[in-house]
Write a new protein. Structure first.
Length: 557
């Protein structure tokens, strides 16, 4: 393995203690920036649902373990006023992982937060803090693999600076939260690969279970880990004899933690677990996805849907180094597999086993959704949990190039390219703020509106509604129609709109004052009259970032 002596290249005079201080300052700066801008982000369309989900189970836990009937009645009344409460009371969506939403509801109750705006900002803070913690664990993963602090900081910059991931680390309390717990689980998984001990197995089983309690795909950790244990046992007969007690502990502790932290399983553990697995392996959502300029059924997407989304929403430099790392590890695995024997093992070093595990963890979910023809929408958000593996492979790619027998000036040029690329990336974060969620790289950015969905999350809805609020006279009654597939009325939760003077009328056409659209549709709008904008309306407002239109408002002439 080639080790990059990054410190000797750039900070020869720095000692070990100063390097650690630099780490602390780096993460402190990241934390400060994140907490400074958290209020800039709007409300995503899934957040009211997630809040209700948290309160559903918070209420059930209080009913189970508390005798305070007065508080229970207060909670019931509060829950009934929330969006989606009726559906959840009827048993719909109860299988959703609730770990983080339940924690957020507990925090909201503990802090006695009343204002809706503060409710969601608090959850944004919690989501970002979780992402911040994941960046520390990701740094530790890279450092333990490459043993170079400077290089590990560099790769962590890749991890935190991908525009879409950065933006969603504030409001995506499902996919990003799951991704963060996958980082925690991956850290202890790789530690366990390095040293198969009771302690490492215990922590890995805990965080793998917590990840599973958020998204059922967390079970992938459990399955892959057992497979790797089997391979180790086949290669070394003494391995099983020495470690069978540890794998048994891992097996039982994993399912015990899954059960404890997922209240949905308490009544019928196996039945409800299988129900959740069936539900999320192919969620039956009857809508079309706008992809490459066409509307395609969400449960019948082309096999290249996920690869294309990863490619177009990742900075080009990310993809280049990723493919180098992927090819390098794939060739290593292929050659080792062809030459496997009693003398030649499937992996010669621990780091090779780690690299192969991470690569399989990246590829298997992609192949799974292709093979199962899973229902997908909103880009590759359902597979964000493989993003840390994506960046890990970037690190392998950079490390491999620098390990080649090139002259020093070539390596310096490479570092300049990386520095400039990251600088451009951070400029993009600044330019798009707070709508980094609409980022596309230069391959498609100019044609993005014609080829792909843009603001699926509805993050720009808040700014558009505030524009209407600020432009109307105080005593006027205002009505707004929605000419797209987005719950615009959620904006009432985070904007200064009262029901007495401001009405959201949905998609019905009754001569409203304004028409809003963010060009998100559940099927081809050519065949949906409810989304037509009459000729007596003219464009009043347009929210853009670069060449990308996020949403627009039309006003009656």
């Amino acid at each position: 393995m080639f080790k990059i002596n990054f410190n000797n290249l750039y900070i020869k005079t720095l000692n070990k203690n100063f390097s650690k201080l630099f780490e602390v300052l780096f993460f402190a700066l990241f934390l400060f920036i994140g907490l400074s801008i958290v209020k800039d982000y709007g409300l995503s369309t899934d957040e009211p649902f997630q809040r209700t989900n948290g309160y559903l189970w918070y209420l059930k836990l209080i009913e189970t373990f508390s005798s305070n009937q007065e508080y229970i009645e207060v909670l019931k009344n509060k829950f009934e006023t929330m969006y989606w409460s009726q559906e959840m009371n009827n048993g719909f969506y109860n299988e959703y992982g609730v770990l983080f939403d339940l924690f957020a509801a507990s925090v909201e109750e503990f802090l006695e937060i009343k204002n809706n705006l503060n409710v969601f900002y608090t959850k944004h803070i919690l989501t970002f803090l979780l992402f911040f913690l994941s960046s520390i664990f990701f740094y530790k993963i890279i450092y333990e693999r490459f043993q170079d602090r400077g290089f590990s900081i560099l790769i962590t910059l890749f991890y935190i600076s991908s525009p879409r991931i950065f933006a969603e680390s504030f409001y995506n309390c499902k996919d990003i939260v799951f991704m963060c717990f996958c980082v925690f689980a991956l850290y202890f998984c790789l530690k366990s690969i390095n040293k198969f001990s009771f302690k490492n197995n215990f922590y890995f089983s805990l965080f793998a279970a917590l990840a599973t309690d958020i998204r059922i795909m967390g079970i992938l950790f459990f399955v892959l880990y057992l497979i790797f244990f089997l391979f180790n046992s086949l290669e070394n007969k003494n391995f099983f004899k020495t470690n069978y007690k540890k794998i048994i502990l891992f097996f039982f502790s994993y399912f015990l933690f899954v059960f404890i932290f997922w209240p949905f399983l308490w009544d019928a553990p196996l039945q409800n677990f299988l129900l959740a697995f069936k539900s999320f392996s192919n969620y039956g959502l009857n809508l079309h996805v706008f992809f490459l300029g066409e509307y395609i059924q969400a449960n019948n997407l082309p096999w290249y849907y996920i690869p294309v989304w990863i490619l177009i929403t990742s900075p080009i430099i990310f993809s280049i180094f990723f493919f180098i790392g992927l090819i390098k590890i794939s060739l290593l695995l292929f050659n080792n597999f062809l030459n496997v024997s009693e003398k030649n093992k499937l992996w010669k070093q621990k780091y090779e086993q780690k690299d192969i595990f991470v690569t399989i963890f990246f590829l298997l979910p992609i192949f799974s959704v292709i093979f199962l023809n899973s229902t997908l929408y909103g880009g590759w958000r359902h597979l964000y949990f493989i993003y840390p593996s994506f960046v890990y492979l970037i690190a392998v790619g950079i490390n491999y190039i620098l390990g080649l027998n090139f002259k020093n000036y070539f390596k310096k040029i490479l570092f300049i390219i990386i520095f400039l690329s990251l600088s451009f990336n951070f400029y993009g974060l600044f330019k798009l703020h707070p709508y980094q969620n609409v980022y596309f790289n230069f391959l498609v950015e100019k044609r993005a509106n014609k080829l792909f969905e843009i603001d699926y999350w509805g993050l720009g809805n808040k700014e558009a509604i505030n524009f209407i609020v600020n432009s109307k006279t105080k005593n006027n009654n205002v009505s707004v129609r929605t000419a797209s597939f987005t719950p615009l009325f959620y904006s009432k939760l985070v904007t200064n709109t009262d029901d007495a003077h401001f009405r959201f009328t949905g998609t019905q056409q009754i001569d409203q004052d304004f028409i809003f659209t963010n060009y998100i549709y559940e099927s081809d709008p050519k065949y949906l009259k409810k989304y037509l904008i009459p000729k007596n309306y003219s464009k009043f407002f347009s929210l853009k970032r670069g060449n990308i239109i996020i949403n627009e408002i039309y006003k009656k002439e």
